[in-house]
Design a protein around this ligand. Structure first.
Ligand SMILES: Cc1cc2nc3c(=O)[nH]c(=O)nc-3n(C[C@H](O)[C@H](O)[C@H](O)COP(=O)(O)OP(=O)(O)OC[C@H]3O[C@@H](n4cnc5c(N)ncnc54)[C@H](O)[C@@H]3O)c2cc1C
Length: 290
């Protein structure tokens, strides 16, 4: 096996152009599992784990620019206001995995169970890709094209993930067979956006890729409108509306039966997670306003 260890992004992109079959490795927490189980045996590996250009966290006004090589442990420490992503990062694996694993790797693997991905979807994040011939910017939706499939070309690397920091509460929650070190049976990201008086809901592990729930989103925003809750966080939102929000989330899921759970259980989990996530967001707003 050939192994390249570039010391700059430019060198990495040149190597990528010259060896399009080379598989990039960042934290290695997905790739090494594949190698160890003999599921993959790439002829060439491109180690991008030492590239400082991919390990920056930047804020440009209200834009967040996250290097794909930033490990989850740093996201938890350094982006505390991006709560949906922080909560997702906290649920990834164990401390060891969070020290190595990266959002770039989560995007690269493009599993529907990738925990960072629903958070990126509720931020409407963009994925920036670069090659020696330039760069392009894709929405998370354009990038994640199917189960374990993404839009990365053989000569490209993910060079940043960017979004506008939302104003309002957000969360990530998941259901698994135990409380930690678990692949999600269902994962839920929710983000309220006070500026546009809208909310965004994204689900993982309940479809071929990450799914948003547009009907639930419109219904949820409308419920806050009717209750006057956008301008008055103390306004009561009826429990029946929260339950309906959950039902609409479940209706947007496209789950399958697999070894981790049945489709019916996953739908039920979506309803419960979405209802709880909205209730938490409303509580959060009430507490902040009190
Ligand atoms: C014990 C264990 C527990 C885990 N628990 C969780 C969990 O709870 N939740 C979860 O979501 N995941 C979990 N994972 C999976 C894994 O940790 C995550 O998917 C992590 O985000 C992968 O990041 P990485 O940097 O280690 O990726 P790598 O293994 O280095 O790479 C993964 C893929 O992404 C590609 N890639 C990486 N960076 C780039 C880039 N900049 N440009 C282009 N391609 C790139 C690689 O070529 C490869 O195909 C777990 C893994 C293990 C071993």
């Amino acid at each position: 096996m050939e192994f390249f260890q570039p010391s700059s992004l430019r060198e990495a992109l040149e190597l990528r152009a010259a060896h399009p079959d080379a598989v990039p490795i960042a934290g290695g927490t997905d790739l090494m599992v594949e190698l160890n189980f003999g599921r993959r045996r790439p002829a060439t590996i491109l180690d991008i784990s030492r590239l400082s250009e991919l390990q920056q966290i930047g804020r440009e006004g209200d834009r967040v620019v996250l290097g794909p090589g930033v490990p989850y442990a740093r996201i938890i420490r350094e982006l505390p206001d991006q709560l949906a992503l922080v909560q997702a990062a906290r649920t990834v694996g164990s401390p060891q995995i969070r020290n190595r694993g990266t959002v770039g790797g989560n995007l690269g693997t493009a599993s529907p169970a990738g925990d960072a991905l629903p958070a990126l979807a509720v931020y409407d994040a963009e994925v920036v890709l670069a090659s020696t011939s330039g760069s392009r910017r894709l929405s998370w939706r354009e990038f994640l094209v199917g189960p374990k499939r993404n839009a990365l070309a053989p000569d490209e690397l993910i060079v940043s993930v960017e979004w506008t920091a939302p104003r309002g509460p957000g969360s990530f929650s998941k259901v698994g067979t135990r409380n930690a070190m678990v692949i999600a049976i269902a994962g839920m990201g929710l983000q309220l956006d006070e500026s546009s008086r809208s909310l965004r809901l994204a689900m993982g592990s309940v479809g071929p890729t990450i799914l948003r729930a547009p009907e639930a989103e419109a219904f949820g925003a409308g419920v806050l409108d009717e209750a006057g809750a956008w301008s008055n966080p103390g306004a009561a939102v009826p429990a029946t509306a929260l339950a309906r929000f959950g039902e609409l989330a479940a209706a947007a899921a496209r789950p399958i039966d697999d070894v981790r759970g049945t489709a019916a259980y996953r739908r039920h989990a979506c309803a419960v997670l979405a209802r709880r996530a909205l209730a938490w967001a409303l509580d959060d707003r009430r507490l902040r306003a009190a």
